[in-house]
Design a protein around this ligand. Structure first.
Ligand SMILES: [Zn+2]
Length: 187
């Protein structure tokens, strides 16, 4: 065989293997075991939301009081909003994302942290309980149930509510304007 023909044959084999490799990667990308890395890749690049649904079932934006930044004790301010509802009301993720922590303790009591678009962290606290089978690393869609409204942590003795906070790289910001932006316009 002449050298030129041999080179061509090698090139053809290499292209074939590359095509097989690409097909395998494309297949793996669609599999559940790749969902978290793919979502991480996705949400790191996604823009921060311009509007958000109220993450407690049945609660409207106008029912949420503006308490972000209000003094709490002598040394801190409120780093979120409190959304009051009957104990056990489903708490639904405001965004898609990945469950990065499920904890029980401190001020928040039973809590869930979701890493969402633009790598913002969404904090859901004082839960009565978590959604069954909720696990760290789980990919969730907006509206998926994370848990249920309660009074755990420092909410003990208060009316049941969800404490919801959103943390960007610079710190917490008030989600209430985003709830209002997401609410249907008044008629
Ligand atoms: Zn609160």
């Amino acid at each position: 065989m002449r050298p030129a023909a041999e080179r061509l044959r090698r090139l053809a084999w290499m292209l074939l293997w590359l095509a097989v490799l690409a097909a395998l990667l494309a297949w793996a990308w669609g599999q559940p075991f790749m969902a978290s890395p793919r979502m991480l890749w996705d949400i790191a690049r996604a823009p921060a939301p311009q509007s958000l649904p109220v993450p407690v079932e049945g609660v409207r934006a106008r029912q949420v009081a503006d308490t972000f930044g209000a003094p709490r004790g002598t040394d801190r301010t409120h780093q979120g909003v409190d959304i009051f509802a009957a104990r056990g009301t489903p708490v639904r993720s405001a965004t898609r994302g990945i469950v990065v922590a499920i904890r029980d303790g401190g001020l928040g009591g039973r809590q869930v942290w979701v890493l969402g678009p633009a790598r913002e962290r969404h904090y859901y606290a004082h839960l009565d309980d978590w959604a069954p089978d909720l696990s760290t690393g789980q990919v969730i869609r907006a509206g998926d149930v994370l848990g249920f409204v309660g009074t755990t942590g420092n909410a003990r003795g208060t009316p049941p509510h969800l404490h919801y906070g959103v943390y960007a790289a610079q710190g917490a910001y008030d989600p209430l304007p985003l709830f209002r932006a997401g609410a249907a316009p008044a008629r």
